[in-house]
Write a protein that binds this ligand. Structure first.
Ligand SMILES: [Cu+2]
Length: 538
């Protein structure tokens, strides 16, 4: 078992050098605010990866196994009284964390499957491929789905395909050094718990970003082919034909590692964590430039989220030119003159945190820390209310969750927080129950469709029809390195038909909700969500 301890002195020196490099690369120039979208004549600078040498963090420190004390999985997950971490606080205000429990691997990559289970994967163990587990948040069971051949999908980008399979694009060259990517794609099928090889990309990619388009195909951007050698082409995966085509050279660009990208309701892809916003048009394979971030750009250690309403993109924390920050800024694409605007800052500056869209459309900021990869961990979560634009401290978790940590929303409205490739808790997860789970009885979905088209009315049967205040679809998450590739919260219009239930209207088109599996939540007027019902949209 490979386990790392806290970083060594030499690693810290390396981190300091990397951060100095990052700071110089992200220093803003003139604060010109570009208005509207224009043709892109900007420079195409390669971005720093700024990552630890993989061997360094795999091999440094202890090799002893991690043993996590405390109650069993079954007791934690099935028991009526999970251990309180912040006994002095009211869970109806701050929520509540479980104690850490063992997941059997460092959860560097986490993907919510439409089975309600979570696919977790990491680097290889021994002589075979990446360690992988399917974790069931209801039973607590762990199923070993590790790759049985020499393939390392650690550092891949991943997207849940429209049919529920998981595409992992790129990763690490098996036993290679940091920055060495692979051109392979690897596909996980939850129906069989099996991995198969997909088509080969045009370039090797380590730290790429995948993003599903409105037609169910997937764009694959960025990453590095080898240390400091950017993968510049854009590949386009068609899941029905199981083929990859490479876009014309006009699409090519040296981008950041794990660039933060979003599918907007116009069908354009917004790339939003560098100094200048860029929009990619998949129909023409061209880029346009937009407004400059107030922060001067953020490194690949910030978090980024498309807010409910689907017109506002929020960039939070990370390490812009001034170092670690607590600032957050929002770009409203529906504005006639889109410009980044600061919103309220977090109470804590954070690098390598994770941001989770909760069932009520608020954001949960989990983990992260103030320095490097593992230093100054922030254990206090924060919740951002996008309507009031306020941050509220939540309960503190036990484990540090910085570099190589993940977090995602579960179908029951709770949040899994797991990973970080250092420290005694690295192979653990913790579960957060948000305040809405302590705010009274939950509404229930008696029945809802299993599949749904666009712009279509459908019926949700519920005994709680008289008290419903919100209906939403939340896309299954796929997250690694603080980047949740396709996270999306789609509000639906609805009306109550009394005991006949609710009549809701599905999203108007596939730019609002690209095809795939979504969790349908109904919430009462107190903001308490149901357990989700799974719907395949598209
Ligand atoms: Cu990494």
């Amino acid at each position: 078992m490979r386990v790392t301890s806290a970083t060594t002195g030499s690693e810290q020196g390396r981190i300091r050098r990397l951060l100095r490099g990052l700071a110089s690369r992200f220093r803003p120039s003139a604060r010109s605010s570009l208005v509207g979208w224009t043709g892109d004549a900007g420079p195409r600078l390669p971005e720093p990866g700024g990552q630890l040498d993989r061997r360094t963090f795999l091999l440094a420190g202890t090799t002893s196994a991690v043993l996590v004390g405390g109650p069993s999985l079954t007791a934690l997950l099935g028991g009526p009284t999970p251990k309180l971490q912040a006994a002095a606080t009211d869970p109806a205000v701050t929520g509540q964390w479980t104690a850490p429990f063992n997941l059997g691997l460092v959860s560097i990559h986490a993907v919510l499957l439409h089975t309600g289970q979570v696919l977790l994967f990491s680097w290889p163990n021994n002589s075979v491929g990446s360690a992988a587990r399917v974790w069931d948040p209801v039973s607590g069971s762990l199923t070993d789905v590790s790759l049985t051949y020499q393939r390392d999908i650690f550092c891949a980008g991943m997207t849940v395909l429209a049919d529920g399979r998981v595409l992992a694009a790129g990763g690490h060259l098996y036993q290679g050094v940091f920055g060495n990517g692979v051109a392979n794609t690897t596909i996980f099928d939850p129906a069989s718990n099996a991995w198969t090889e997909g088509p080969i990309m045009s370039q090797a990619r380590w730290y790429p970003t995948t993003i599903e388009l409105a037609d169910g195909t997937v764009m694959i951007f960025a990453g590095t082919q080898a240390p400091k050698v950017a993968a510049t082409t854009v590949d386009h995966y068609d899941p029905l034909a199981n083929t990859i085509t490479t876009l014309p050279a006009s699409a090519s660009r040296a981008m950041a590692t794990y660039p933060r990208m979003k599918l907007t309701t116009s069908g354009l892809l917004a790339f939003t964590n560098q100094a200048i916003t860029r929009l990619f048009n998949p129909a023409t394979s061209t880029w346009a430039v937009g407004p400059r971030l107030n922060s001067g750009g953020r490194a690949a250690n910030d978090t980024s989220v498309l807010l409910p309403g689907l017109t506002k993109i929020m960039e939070i924390g990370g390490g812009p030119s001034a170092g670690v920050t607590n600032t957050a800024e929002i770009l409203d694409l529906s504005s006639s003159k889109p410009a980044w605007q600061y919103t309220s800052p977090m109470h804590y500056a954070r690098l390598w945190a994770n941001t989770v869209l909760l069932a009520d459309g608020s954001l949960l900021m989990v983990g992260g820390g103030t320095s490097g990869y593992y230093q100054g961990p922030i254990r206090t979560a924060e919740r951002y209310d996008p309507v009031a634009a306020t941050w509220t401290d939540m309960a503190a978790q036990t484990a540090p969750r910085m570099y190589h940590a993940t977090a995602l929303l579960l179908p029951d409205g709770r949040v899994l927080s797991a990973g970080q490739s250092a420290g005694k808790y690295q192979q653990t997860g913790e579960i957060f129950s948000p305040p809405y789970l302590f705010a009274g009885a939950r509404p229930a979905i008696s029945s809802a469709p299993a599949t749904l088209g666009y712009g279509q009315q459908f019926t949700i049967a519920t005994p709680d029809y008289a008290s419903i205040g919100r209906v939403a679809l939340v896309r299954a998450s796929s997250v690694t390195h603080s980047n949740d590739f396709d996270q999306r919260y789609v509000d639906l219009t609805y009306q109550s038909n009394g005991s006949g239930g609710l009549t809701a209207t599905s999203p108007p088109d596939s730019n609002h909700a690209p095809p795939g599996w979504y969790m349908l939540f109904i919430l009462n007027t107190s903001g308490v969500p149901s357990v989700a019902s799974w719907i395949q949209v598209g």
